[in-house]
Design a protein around this ligand. Structure first.
Ligand code: TXE
Length: 478
């Protein structure tokens, strides 16, 4: 039984109350690890250790921070295989995909290690013999709370900039996939991160998570998770004037125009729909196809699905692994039932799968549904699983209207060979990310974040460095 521990003041420890939560391997449905069911006592100990570490950490040179964060990146790369295996077992994603996510996690630390050295402020002379300059300083103790879908990638994407800007961190991974955060704490210790600079608290969101976000000493919260949780955290944070960076859900449209490269559009849209079992906030879940090619696209899309092998995530040719938890598995299946009740036609899948030897695991077939109205629940609410809807549109205006019709605005992809169409759609679609003739290309140097109910766009690159700092403007008359 894997025993996951908290990481407080450089030590691994159980919850003070000795309580723990059981966590299951999604491929087998069996409990395989435990994690601390932390409460106030654990959070207080973490906050105290962060406070003790803050003065030294916030005052060491940027180069010293670079060296430690860069060493963490090197160790993540060195341990790619064991981190990837742990992630695949814990979250259910295919092992080959987990390797790519570990590589990106190392890049997160490498990018923000260098950002620590490059991060600068501005100054300028003003008429009337004034000079104006601004100072950027760390906020203090910040919270990084992450989701289970890309556990290591998302938590490193938060922790690295928070540390690079000189803050001390209280991080809380999801209780559904805590394994690689535990391994990250060991890596940070090996890299020489001073005790108390990073503390990782495990536990339930509504308990440990709530205690962290409510704590008066936590001055900023970087959160990734459901819209509903983002609302709860915002309600708690607002009266205490805590800074908030929110990466929330999505219901991402894929726009397929008749003049697209059909073969490429089909292959990439299958990937966008079912990579990581569709458990990506950037997944394309609403596929909008120009009427002229709807039947051709549908036929090619369904044919391509036959190559999406589903099963044991540890096998190299597996494209679709297990669903992270029984709770989420049931939620996805309930949406498929809702779709049927709303008149949806199941073109492919629509039911659980029981791979040989893994009959107790949580697997759901890639599912394609057509004939749903735009205002149907499955076209408006985030399902966050291997379920997509197919809808046709007549004109570009129709496509944009459908694409922009949900309360989310995170990501979109557009397939067209017409550059004018591409620019018009990119300009008028209301999503924080737009991919044209591609999907899931990400660059750490670029800002990232959703519009509308998908978040507040404070992530990525210099946005998140600014988020984790306080700015002061100084005017000097001479
Ligand atoms: O979210 P939850 P999940 C979104 C994705 C989906 C969600 C899935 O779209 O909606 O994440 O992640 C903690 N106070 N994104 O199911 O349940 C909880 O313990 C404090 C968007 O994990 O909200 C966990 O650590 N904390 C993203 C974390 O919050 C609380 C990319 C998330 O849990 C809490 C990836 C509370 N009251 C996924 N309740 C993007 N937009 O980029 C829960 N938690």
């Amino acid at each position: 039984m894997l025993k996951i521990l908290n990481f407080i003041n450089g030590n691994h420890c159980e919850a003070v109350n000795k309580n723990f939560i059981e966590n299951s391997n999604p491929s087998t449905g069996l409990v395989y690890s435990t994690l601390p069911d932390s409460d106030e006592q654990d959070v207080e100990r973490a906050i105290e250790s962060a406070q003790n570490a803050y003065n030294s950490w916030s005052n060491i040179s940027a180069e010293s921070r670079f060296k430690i964060l860069n060493r963490i990146a090197e160790l993540i790369d060195e341990k790619n295989e064991e981190l990837a295996l742990a992630e695949s077992i814990d979250q259910g994603m295919p092992l080959w995909f987990a390797r790519t996510q570990v590589t990106l996690s190392a890049q997160n630390f490498r990018f923000f290690a260098t950002a620590a050295m490059q991060y600068s402020s501005t100054n300028h002379s003003m008429e009337g013999n004034y000079v104006n300059y601004n100072q950027k300083s760390p906020i203090g103790i910040v919270a990084c709370i992450s989701s289970w879908n890309l556990p290591l990638y998302i938590i490193t994407w938060k922790i690295a900039p928070a540390l690079a800007t000189g803050n001390c961190v209280i991080a809380k991974p999801s209780e559904f996939a805590p394994a690689t955060a535990f391994m990250l704490s060991e890596i940070c210790y090996q890299a020489g991160l001073p005790n108390g600079v990073l503390n990782i608290i495990n536990g339930r969101g509504e308990k440990a998570g709530n205690i962290i976000v409510s704590h008066p000493k936590i001055k900023a919260i970087s959160f990734t998770g459901k819209l509903s949780t983002g609302k709860v955290i915002s309600t708690l944070a607002a009266p205490l004037f805590k800074k908030l960076s929110l990466e929330l859900g999505g219901k991402n449209p894929v726009l397929i125009f008749a003049d697209c490269n059909l073969e490429k559009a089909v292959k990439e849209t299958v990937r966008a729909s079912f990579l990581n079992q569709g458990e990506l906030c950037r997944s394309g879940s609403r596929i909008l196809v120009e009427e002229k090619i709807y039947n051709n696209f549908k036929k090619a899309f369904l044919t391509e699905l036959k190559y999406q092998s589903l099963g044991n995530p540890l096998l190299n040719d597996t494209k679709i692994g297990a669903i992270v938890s029984k709770q989420h598995y049931d939620k996805i299946l309930s949406y498929i039932e809702i779709a049927k009740a709303e008149g949806g036609k199941i073109l492919f899948g629509g039911e659980p799968v029981f791979p040989k030897g893994l009959e107790n695991g949580w697997f759901i077939s890639p599912t394609v549904i057509e004939n749903l109205k735009n205002e149907s629940i499955c076209n408006r609410e985030e399902i966050f699983g291997p379920v997509v809807t197919l809808t046709s549109f007549k004109t570009e205006v129709d496509a944009l209207e459908i694409a922009n019709s949900t309360d989310y605005g995170l990501a979109s992809s557009v397939w067209t060979e017409n550059i004018q169409t591409a620019h018009r759609i990119a300009t008028n679609i209301k999503t924080g990310l737009v991919w044209i003739n591609c999907w899931m290309y990400v660059d750490t140097k670029s800002p990232f974040g959703g519009m509308k109910n998908s978040g507040n766009g404070n992530s990525g690159a210099w946005n998140i460095m600014d988020f984790f700092t306080e700015q002061k403007n100084v005017y000097i008359k001479y």
